[in-house]
Design a binder for this molecule. Structure first.
Ligand code: G3P
Length: 247
């Protein structure tokens, strides 16, 4: 499964790229509002960090307006994908973009039927919003499951992109549901890295390493000076490290 970052924050994108886990980026007007500046400049900078798809969202509600905005985005970099909302006008724009060879990501999908229509119109990415459905007491992940099944059953080329991911469990469930992509906030990416037992294990290994080195030095010194008791005490210290519960 590909991992996209759902952000317009350049530093977050750079960090994920350094970790080797970044396959692309999705932005939207709300995420753009958080960072400010010129949207076009931000998109160009993001495209310089990742060669994966970078979604740029149109805000026009009429077909010609969407086409105008999308064509301008597409000129910024070859990896721009124009994000178009699900609507009658959106479908028409997606179809026209496809004819022009411009890739699209259909956003604000809340049912498998909407996803199916976006795929038919030619969207390369279909973005069901999982978290926002959960927010209204519906099973957001069910839409991912249904849409993945439809895509695979009918050999459709579009990819299902699980969006509105709010926590690490969403990521695991999206991966198990067969989502081709999931886009997530940087905070969720950080949460995926962490586990309290990992943190505890790192500290314990470091402490054991220090103690073992000290005991080895003490044993060498004791042996060099013929101090048999000292050498034995050093061995006992090593034993205490290796006989801890859980080792
Ligand atoms: O990119 C759009 C989507 O991921 C929004 O997420 O958390 O605002 O529902 P959220």
């Amino acid at each position: 499964m590909k991992i996209f970052l759902d952000t317009a924050d350049i530093e977050e994108i750079r960090t994920a790229a350094r970790w080797g886990v970044l396959d692309g980026v999705t932005t939207n007007p709300t995420l753009y509002a958080k960072v400010g500046g010129r949207y076009e400049d931000i998109l160009t900078e993001i495209c310089g960090i990742t060669s994966g798809p970078v979604s740029a969202e149109v805000v026009a509600e009429d077909v010609e307006g969407m086409l105008r905005e999308g064509r301008a985005f597409a000129k910024l970099a070859p990896n721009i994908v124009v994000k178009v909302p699900m609507s009658e006008e959106g479908l028409e724009a997606i179809f026209r973009f496809a004819e022009e060879g411009i890739k699209t990501n259909c956003t604000l999908i809340f049912t498998a039927n909407q996803g199916l229509l976006a795929a038919k119109a030619g969207a390369s990415l279909l973005s069901p919003f999982v978290g926002r459905l959960d927010d209204i007491n519906q099973d957001g992940m069910e839409v991912i499951r249904e849409l993945v099944t439809i895509i695979e059953l009918h050999g459709i080329e579009s990819e299902v992109l699980a969006a509105s991911i709010r926590h690490p469990r969403h990521m695991t469930d999206a991966a198990m549901a067969g989502a081709h992509v999931a886009t997530l906030p940087f905070k969720v990416l950080q949460q995926m890295v962490r586990h309290p037992l990992t943190d505890k294990g790192i500290v314990t290994f470091r402490e054991d390493w220090t103690k073992a080195r000290k005991a080895a030095d003490e044993k060498n010194a004791a042996q060099a000076s013929g101090d048999g008791r000292g050498a034995q005490q050093a061995d006992e210290k090593v034993e205490a490290i290796t006989n801890k519960p859980g080792v």
